[in-house]
Design a protein around this ligand. Structure first.
Ligand code: PFF
Length: 448
């Protein structure tokens, strides 16, 4: 068997896994969910759940992945113990491939918008009004063109493989993201109106903590850590046996949660700065205008208010969004591509081209039936499939895979694991708490 690719260093893995985790979910999803769920109380619950629930589930994926050293389908099959669990493994694995691809099909559309706004900020600086207004108006043509550009970037990186593609680009792009974000926060916090946003973001009103808020926070934590679809599993499979998985998983969780927190420091005050400048940030029903609309309706008000520097700040912001999207989208595409290369023996380039093109076609179909399909695909994948697949992975680690084998894998790179708090708590945790709590989210999202 040809030697399998691997991340070249611990830092490379952390950049790639954090790059997958950090995306539109952190920079857009988390702050808007915070703003529409009563502010700081949501932040508090989110942090508790990220560590108590999402971190244990992330560990399940990393451990299975590194043990099996294979894509999600093969990995789950390899720890199955009989015909029934083998079937369950195939079901969960193939669902993971499909869901990861479908997440990419909507994610790439939104990421395409980010790129078109990025270029619009440049044409603004050059005074090309016609180009700017085409780039910022919703049209099928524009959407398909920028979708194609974003998919080509994603495919270009994935075709290059693990160390030369995923790791190299994540390591370049992630520090850039942090620098841009800190620069933007400093600017926004100096603006009129920012203080009101900051207060809402940082001072929790505990009476806001209701079941719906908890469930939203849990879904957000799963989406944000890219859980359930085999992304973290495949990244774990590229990790050396010398590394301690509980430690690396903890670093990724802390980094992801911190970036979400920092993004909130930027976006929530920015919403209130935009309000100060006269933007309508609430619907007639008193709800915050959420989703992609908020970015494209409110932030331009903020950028316009800045005069000459507005276009530069807009450029920095949309560059940030584009980069964050790209380091996430590559991790989604890696899920089906790793399966195709490992199972069919196809070359990475060919597998990337065929799967990337297929996803592009699916995205185009979504664009042609936008009203009917866009929200539906998002709900089907993130609200329903991700939590359910998360349960499956916890079941595999907690109930199907033998505990001694789990211990053997986790001991690699962490010799004294048995005496740690992690080993005392985690096995029972993924066995009972995680499935029960995730199922509760799932059921709630169906009946809610
Ligand atoms: N974690 C990404 C974000 O927060 O934007 C989204 C994501 C990436 C979801 C990869 C699923 C996935 F497999």
């Amino acid at each position: 068997m040809a030697s399998r690719e691997q991340f070249s260093s611990k830092a490379g893995f952390v950049m790639a896994a954090a790059g997958s985790a950090i995306g539109l979910g952190n920079i857009w999803g988390f702050p808007t969910q915070t703003a529409s769920n009563g502010g700081a109380a949501f932040v508090l619950v989110y942090f508790v759940l990220a560590f108590l629930l999402a971190y244990p589930a992330l560990m399940a994926e990393l451990i299975i992945g590194r043990h099996a050293r294979a894509n999600v389908v093969t990995a789950l099959r390899s720890i199955s113990t009989g015909p029934l669990t083998y079937k369950l493994a195939s079901l969960a694995g193939f669902s993971g491939l499909i869901v990861a691809s479908l997440i990419l099909s909507f994610y790439a559309i939104v990421a395409g918008w980010m790129i078109s706004y990025l270029i619009a900020s440049v044409s603004d600086m050059l005074g090309w009004q016609g180009a700017s207004s085409w780039l910022t108006s919703d049209s099928f043509q524009r959407n398909v063109i920028f979708l194609a550009i974003f998919m080509m970037l994603t495919m270009g990186i994935i075709a290059k493989g693990v160390a030369g593609g995923i790791e190299k680009w994540s390591t370049r792009l992630m520090p850039m993201l942090l620098i841009l974000m800190v620069g933007l926060i400093i600017y926004v916090l100096m603006q009129e109106g920012a203080e009101e946003g900051l207060r809402i973001y940082l001072l929790p009103d505990l009476s806001q903590i209701k079941p719906a808020l908890v469930l939203d926070a849990m879904g957000q934590a799963f989406f944000s850590l890219s859980l359930g679809v085999g992304t973290m599993l495949i990244y774990g499979s590229y990790l050396s046996e010398q590394e301690s998985l509980p430690r690396l998983g903890a670093i990724v969780t802390v980094v992801d949660a911190s970036i979400a927190f920092i993004a909130g420091l930027l976006i929530v005050p920015a919403i209130y700065v935009a309000k100060y400048y006269g933007a309508d940030i609430f619907t007639a029903g008193g709800e915050l205008i959420a989703g992609p609309d908020l970015i494209f309706q409110i932030l331009p008000v903020l950028f316009d208010s800045m005069g000459g520097v507005g276009a530069i700040v807009a450029f920095a912001f949309f560059l940030l969004m584009s980069i964050a999207s790209l380091t996430s989208s590559i991790s989604m595409l890696e899920v089906p591509v790793s399966y195709a290369t490992e199972e069919s023996g196809a070359s990475r380039g060919l597998a990337t081209a065929i799967i990337g093109l297929t996803i592009f076609v699916i995205s185009t179909v979504i664009l042609m039936n936008f009203e009917a399909l866009f929200g539906l695909v998002i709900d089907l994948t993130t609200v329903y499939s991700q939590p359910l697949l998360g349960v499956m992975l916890c079941v595999f680690v907690g109930w199907i895979w033998h505990r001694d084998n789990v211990l053997k894998e986790i001991k690699k790179g962490h010799g004294d694991i048995e005496s740690t708090l992690f080993w005392k708590i985690w096995p029972g945790y993924v066995k009972f708490f995680c499935p029960v709590l995730i199922l509760a989210t799932f059921i709630q999202s169906i009946i809610g």
